[in-house]
Design a binder for this molecule. Structure first.
Ligand code: FE
Ligand code: FE
Length: 164
């Protein structure tokens, strides 16, 4: 970006740094979720999303280079809160409901990402940053697909019959 930034450019920069922090927090949190879940199918879905998330960070690095901005140095407090709630669940839930609980936590995370990527994509478009908008859209599509997959898994892994 040029030296003199417009308010919208500054806002986009902030949004991108927030996403960079969010994705990196997810990379740290997912291995614990992978370890905790019972269903092999859910485990595989989380593993695949972890790989995908690493590529999403690469995409953000690419955007950072393109816009000549440093992506580090900001902490996404929204993601921090979502992950903290997930951690509480890991301690509270047992094998009967852990998968259902983890899926709920993961979907909250996906929805945060979907909102944040959608906003950043729109702002990039408005600023005429077509390549950046395209990269953000790619990740947005992946997050949307993950969310749908989790909804399907929620139906298959939930332990409807189990009693205390
Ligand atoms: Fe992501
Ligand atoms: Fe995600």
């Amino acid at each position: 970006m040029a030296d003199e930034k417009t308010p919208l450019e500054e806002l986009l920069e902030d949004e991108l740094k927030d996403l960079y922090s969010a994705e990196n927090q997810i990379i740290k949190a997912l291995p614990k979720m992978i370890k905790a879940c019972e269903s092999p199918e859910l485990k595989r879905a989380f593993e695949r999303h972890l790989e995908e998330t690493r590529r999403q960070v690469d995409r953000l690095d690419q955007i950072g280079e393109e816009l000549e901005i440093k992506m580090t140095g900001k902490k996404c407090k929204g993601m921090e809160g979502l992950i903290a709630e997930g951690k509480e669940h890991l301690e509270e839930l047992d094998e009967e409901n852990i998968d259902a609980g983890l899926i709920g936590d993961a979907q909250k995370i996906e929805h945060y990402e979907i909102a944040a990527y959608g906003t950043a994509r729109t702002h990039a478009e408005l600023l005429g940053l077509r390549r950046v908008a395209k990269l953000l859209q790619q990740t947005l599509d992946e997050e949307g697909a993950t969310d749908k997959k989790l909804t399907a898994l929620a139906e298959s892994v939930a332990n409807v019959e189990a009693v205390q």
